[in-house]
Design a protein around this ligand. Structure first.
Ligand SMILES: [Zn+2]
Length: 144
């Protein structure tokens, strides 16, 4: 087979490897696409940092990292919080402990403390993700 063209670069994606010189930096041109995979019915884009060789995906380094199983329910908790619901009310709706809700919100807030350009981009991505689920949320709300 002939040579494939240059791999697409993802200039708004930063390397999540803390040991990498380019950790957290965007626009370095070193992060390239590395295919996609299907996880839990969702298509996940995979990346590789050509600087350190780290392979990662859309979820790596996000607020949901380590909490992927709970991702959907955390989405709901964050949305309800944004709508002004108390931790107790959110816990009640989701049938979980208020302490768990608090832990998730703290985790999200920790991410929010990192005020830098790169974070703002991630934040936009989180809000985009949230608004993408808004219809589901509203229709669920309707039936409650
Ligand atoms: Zn790297």
């Amino acid at each position: 087979m002939g040579k494939r063209g240059p791999k697409p670069q993802f200039i708004d994606i930063a390397c999540p490897n803390k040991a990498c010189e380019l950790y957290g930096l965007t626009n370095q041109g070193t992060v390239v696409g590395n295919g996609t995979s299907i996880s839990r019915g969702e298509k996940t884009r995979k990346y590789i940092c050509r600087h350190c060789g780290k392979v990662f995906n859309d979820h790596t380094g996000s607020v949901y990292y380590d909490l992927r199983k709970e991702e959907h329910i955390i989405d709901l908790a964050l949305k309800m919080s944004m709508k002004g619901m108390s931790e107790e009310a959110i816990a009640d709706v989701l049938e979980i402990e208020p302490a768990t809700v608090r832990r998730w919100l703290c985790r999200a807030a920790e991410q929010c403390d990192k005020v830098n350009e790169n974070f703002m981009k991630n934040l936009n991505r989180i809000f985009f993700k949230l608004s993408g689920n808004l219809f589901t949320f509203n229709s669920m709300n309707f039936f409650l």
